[in-house]
Design a protein around this ligand. Structure first.
Ligand code: DOR
Length: 468
C-alpha cells in the first residue's frame, strides 16, 4: 500500500477529516447532490451525510452554496520572468484564487521564453512558496527546440507544448510548415496552438497602420487569418497522428470546421469572446478590448455559444494576458493585445449560467472536468473520493459589481469594471486548504505543481532510476 493510500484509509476508518464542507449542493459526476464533503491529507475522503458522524479540524458551512470541482484555467500569461511590471506569479495566482480558480497552466511567452529545462525549472522555483494555486507551465515549441520537445514535454510541471503560429505578444513564433512538422513529430502529448496565419497577418497589417483605428482590429486579424491557420494545423496534426488543442477559437467558420475533427482535436474558447463583441466592445473600451485573436461580431459570439451547446468546445480558458493601462494607451496598433481574465472567469460564467446560456453541470465540464480529461491531469477535475480536495464554492444568487479595485493583477484593471454579475465565488479550497474564505485570502501561498497521468509514472520511475 502506498503512503498516500494509507492516509486515505486511516482518515476513513477514524472518520476524521481535516476539512468538512457541510450542506452544500455538490456537483458530482451524478449531478447536483446535497451532500457533505470530507477532506483529509489533501484529498477527498468521503461524500454523503457526514454531519455528526465525522470529526474535523475545520468546517465550511456551505448551505446555500454550490460546490464545484476546483476550476482549472488552462490558459494564463503571468509574465514572470521578465515582464513583472505587468504581472507576476504571486499576483496572478492571487487573482486566480480570489476568482475561484484552483489551478492554472501558464504560457511560455515570458522573457526569456520558456524553451528548455532550465527555463521551466526557473518558473517552478519562482512558483514555489509564491503561488496561491496549483500550476503547470507550457514549453514553447519553435525551430530552436523542436527535436528536444519529446523529452521536454515530460518534465515535472510541464503542461505540454504551446505553439504560436501567428505572432501576438513576445517573440515566440513557428509559422513555417517544415518547422510545424518537426514540432508535431517530436512528442505525443496534446499540443496547444494559437492559430492565426502569420503571412496573412503581415500582409494585412498596413490596413491598421494607415487607419490607426482599433475598431479595425478584427478586420486586420480577420476570419480568414484564423481559419487558414486552424485548417493547416489540424491537417498537419492528423498527418503526424498528434492530438491537438486549438486555443481561444473566435470564429463561426473555425467552429464549423473543428466540429468535423473532434476525435483528435479539442477546442477552447474564452469568457471574453463569449461576453463581448464588436463593434460595441471597441466603441466602449478602445484598445482595452484589443486581444488576439480579436473579439468579433455578434454572429461569431452566437456561434461560440452554439459550439458550447453542441459539445464542440471542450474547455474555457481565460487567456489572462495583462498589460498596464499605460501600455494599452499607446496609439493603436502599437498598443499591446491582451487583457486580464483569470479572476473574472468564474463570475462571468456563473452570470451566463444564471442568464440560461448554459447549465452549471456543463460549466463544470468546461472548467474542471474538461481540462482534466483532455490534458490527462492526475486526481483533479471531479468531486469523488481519492481526488484532490480542490473545491470552488459559489453563491449562485450573490450579486456583485466587478471593479478594478477588486483585481489583484499588477496591471490593476479589467474590461468588466462596473459590470453587475449574479453568481460569485465565495470560498476556494486547494488540496483541502481553505485558501479563500468568505472572499478573503487566507494563510500563505502553498501551490504545487500539477501532475499529469501521461508523465507522472515516468517521472516517478526515473527518480528511482528505472527509466532513462
Ligand atoms: O491578446 C493576446 N495577448 N493574445 C495572445 O495570444 C498573447 C497575449 C499576451 O501574451 O499578451
Amino acid at each position: 500500500m502506498t503512503s498516500e493510500n494509507h492516509a486515505f484509509i486511516a482518515a476513513r476508518q477514524a472518520r476524521h477529516a481535516d476539512l468538512l464542507v457541510l450542506g452544500g449542493m455538490v456537483i458530482t459526476p451524478n449531478g447536483a447532490e446535497r451532500i457533505d464533503v470530507a477532506c483529509a491529507d489533501g484529498r477527498i475522503v468521503a461524500l454523503g451525510d457526514l454531519r455528526g458522524s465525522w470529526s474535523t479540524k475545520t468546517t465550511i458551512e456551505a448551505s446555500g452554496l454550490h460546490v464545484l470541482p476546483g476550476v482549472i484555467d488552462s490558459q494564463v500569461h503571468f509574465r514572470e520572468p521578465g515582464l513583472m511590471h505587468k504581472e507576476d506569479l504571486e499576483s496572478g495566482t492571487r487573482g486566480a484564487v480570489l476568482g475561484g480558480v484552483t489551478g492554472v497552466f501558464e504560457m511560455p511567452n515570458t522573457q526569456p521564453l520558456t524553451l528548455c529545462e532550465a527555463d521551466l525549472q526557473a518558473k517552478l522555483d519562482a512558483a514555489h512558496g509564491r503561488s496561491w494555486c496549483d500550476y503547470a507551465f507550457y514549453i514553447g515549441g519553435s525551430a530552436v527546440n523542436a527535436e528536444r520537445l519529446g523529452a521536454l514535454e515530460n518534465l515535472l510541471g510541464c503542461a505540454g507544448i504551446k505553439v504560436f503560429m501567428g505572432s501576438s505578444f513576445g517573440d515566440l513564433l513557428a509559422d513555417e510548415e517544415d518547422v510545424l512538422r518537426r514540432i508535431l513529430r517530436h512528442g505525443r502529448r496534446r499540443m496547444a496552438v494559437h492559430a492565426e496565419d502569420e503571412a496573412r497577418l503581415r500582409e494585412r497589417k498596413k490596413l491598421v497602420e494607415v487607419s490607426g483605428d482599433v475598431r479595425e482590429h478584427h478586420h486586420w486579424r480577420d476570419v480568414e487569418s484564423a481559419l487558414l491557420a486552424t485548417q493547416r494545423i489540424v491537417c498537419l496534426a492528423a498527418e503526424a497522428g498528434r492530438r491537438l488543442h486549438v486555443l481561444h477559437v473566435s470564429t463561426a467558420e473555425e467552429m464549423g470546421f473543428l466540429a468535423q475533427h473532434k476525435h483528435r482535436v479539442t477546442v477552447e474558447t474564452t469568457p471574453h469572446h463569449l461576453s463581448m463583441h464588436a463593434p460595441d466592445c471597441y466603441e466602449r473600451l478602445g484598445s482595452l478590448a484589443q486581444m488576439n485573436p480579436p473579439l468579433r461580431e455578434k454572429h461569431h459570439q452566437d456561434a461560440l455559444w452554439h459550439a458550447i451547446r453542441d459539445g464542440v468546445v471542450d474547455v474555457i480558458g481565460s487567456d489572462h494576458a495583462p498589460h498596464t493601462l499605460e501600455e494599452k494607451a499607446k496609439p493603436y496598433p502599437q498598443s499591446p493585445s491582451g487583457m486580464t481574465g483569470v479572476q473574472t472567469l468564474v463570475p462571468l460564467m456563473l452570470d451566463h449560467v444564471n442568464a440560461g446560456r448554459l447549465s452549471l453541470q456543463r460549466l463544470v465540464d468546461l472548467t474542471s472536468t474538461g481540462p482534466a480529461r483532455i490534458f490527462g491531469i492526475e486526481g483533479k477535475g471531479r468531486i469523488v473520493p481519492g481526488f484532490d480536495a480542490d473545491l470552488t464554492l459559489v453563491d449562485m444568487a450573490a450579486q456583485r459589481t466587478i471593479s478594478n479595485d477588486w483585481i489583484a493583477s499588477r496591471s490593476g484593471w479589467t474590461p468588466y469594471d462596473g459590470v453587475r454579475i449574479t453568481g460569485w465565488p465565495i470560498h476556494t479550497v486547494i488540496r483541502g486548504q481553505v485558501v479563500v474564505r468568505d472572499e478573503q485570502l487566507q494563510g500563505v501561498p502553498q501551490g504545487q505543481a500539477i501532475r499529469f497521468l501521461e508523465t507522472s509514472a515516468d517521472i516517478a520511475s526515473a527518480k528511482q532510476g528505472a527509466l532513462p
